[in-house]
Structure formats: C-alpha cells, structure tokens
Write a protein that binds this ligand. Sequence first.
Ligand SMILES: [Zn+2]
Length: 155
Amino acid sequence: MSEHQHDPSSITLWNYFRSVIDWVQAIFPKKRKEMKGLAWGLYYNEHGKRIDLDPKKLELEIQRLMGDEDVTKKSGIYEYLLTGEEKKLSIRAFDRRDALAAYEKQGHKCAICSEEFEFEEMHADHIKAWSKGGHTTPENCQMLCRDCNLKKGNQ
Ligand SMILES: [Zn+2]
C-alpha cells in the first residue's frame, strides 16, 4: 500500500473506502458479527445519501429482528432495513408436520376456495403475514391450493 500512497487513484479509492466506513458507523453504530462480509460498498452507493435513516430506530429494529426466530438469515437484516425486501431475511417456512396438521384440520380443502386437493398440490401459508406480526407457528398455518396461493401472493 505505501508505495502507492501518492497515486491519485489509490487516494480516491481510500477516500471512498473511508466514506463507506464512516457511513456504516453513523447509521449502524453497534458492531455485530453479522455485519462482516456484507456488500457495504453497494449499500453505500444505493443508500449513502438518504436522510431518513435514524440510527436509534434502526438499532431497535435490529434488536427485534435478531430476536425473531422466524428470521433465519440474520445477516440479511441490514439489507432488509435498507431496502425493505423481506426475502433477505429468509423467513422460516412451515415444516411438513405443521402443513399436514393444517391439511387434516381443513378436511383436505383449500382455506380460500374450499375445493379438495391432494396434500402435494397445496402450499402452507401464513394466515397473518410475517410482516404484519404473524409467526411461523401451527396456529398461523393454513393450506392453500396453488391458484389461491398465487392470487394471495399477488395482492
Ligand atoms: Zn384454493
């Protein structure tokens, strides 16, 4: 590094690098191991100019999401908070046991259209969406046919 320190391009790069670090420290001041190896440069390019990011509110959200068992990809929390993309969190899906229990409880019928289907033709769905506070628990599981599941997903 030292032999390049007067090279203008390396100074520019260094300044950029500092800007990224400063930005991350300003909006996410609490260090966590989940922050390692994330694409901070890309996040900075996309979100570095935003003025709506409140470090205190973000920290409370991080604490809440770190403690949420349905968030299976904790390192995705940072990108989720910046973009709002729920898929970054890999929200836990229902396991086969919960799906089968709901399937039997519903009498093999889709919870929306009430048609009968084979188990393999159905999808386990969150009755109350995770984003609205619903969890991946047996009580919040319903079985939908493929069509109803697609329609619900597009709403
Ligand atoms: Zn249906």
